[in-house]
Unconditional design. Structure first.
Ligand code: ATP
Length: 234
């Protein structure tokens, strides 16, 4: 579903990604791990059209989206849950969700999708008319994921969804991610907690200093010397 080939990206003269390759299939959960500043967020943003690639290709279901602006990449079925959640605190939970449904193809389905989001996250249904700013951090993360789902994506990109959450809440978030993938959505999740990421993912990639340093099934990665050295500190 997602094919990234030979992707490079810069910030001004500074190169942040070097010839990156990455794949995500439908119904697959793929994790992206790596040290701070390795380029994980840059890669997610470049796939989503929020940062322009210098060279290389990003194909979603065979359609080239590299060079397509972010607000158009979502028309190709890509949704992002940004780092730090970025929900609108002064708006209700429901209005935050509805904002996610603006893309053509999702708008007409918003009632059905909203119901599905509430089934996935019953706490959002209970708090539908509360301001998002009154939610706990975990609930705001659920809302950010729910808002992305309102676009009915085929590919969901999550940037550090566990950041700042209590372990029990992180479990809930990863359970939800597994349910989302089980519906056929391809999931790419950036995660700091490598053990958690490898436990949740089918496959994964290690990125170091803007380059792919390892890739494989979760168990292959866990056993990989470069993963053990660079991120597990072994
Ligand atoms: P973290 O885990 O700390 O979030 P990351 O793996 O997501 O890190 P990126 O945020 O993608 O890494 O950063 C990759 C490189 O690009 C780093 O060297 C960073 O300093 C640089 N960088 C990121 N954003 C910008 C920016 N807006 N302007 C210039 N350089 C940037």
């Amino acid at each position: 579903m997602l094919e990234v080939r030979d992707l490079s990206a810069h910030y001004g003269d500074a190169q942040a990604l070097w010839q990156v390759d990455l794949d995500v299939a439908a119904a697959e959960t793929v994790c992206l791990v790596g040290p701070n500043g390795a380029g994980k967020t840059t890669l997610v943003h470049t796939i989503a059209g929020l940062h322009r690639a210098t060279t290389g290709s990003v194909r979603v279901d065979g359609v080239e989206v590299s060079g397509v602006p972010g607000h158009r990449v979502c028309d190709h079925g890509v949704a992002v849950v940004p780092e730090g959640r970025r929900v609108f605190g002064h708006m209700t939970v429901r209005d935050n969700l509805l904002l996610g449904a603006y893309r053509r193809g999702a708008r007409g389905e918003h009632r059905r999708t909203e119901k599905e989001v509430y089934e996935l996250f019953p706490r959002l249904a209970e708090r539908a008319h509360q301001h998002a700013g009154t939610l706990s951090g975990g609930e705001q993360q659920m809302l950010a994921i729910g808002r992305a789902l309102m676009a009915r994506p085929r590919l969901l990109l999550l940037d550090e969804p566990s950041l700042g959450l209590a372990p029990v809440v992180v479990d809930e978030v990863f359970d939800a991610i597994a349910e989302i993938a089980a519906t056929g959505v391809g999931v790419l999740v950036v995660e700091q907690d490598v053990h958690r990421a490898l436990a949740a993912a089918d496959r994964g990639y290690l990125i170091v200093e803007g380059r792919m340093a390892a890739g494989g099934t979760a168990s292959e990665l866990a056993a990989s010397p470069v993963v053990r050295q660079r991120v597990l500190g072994m």
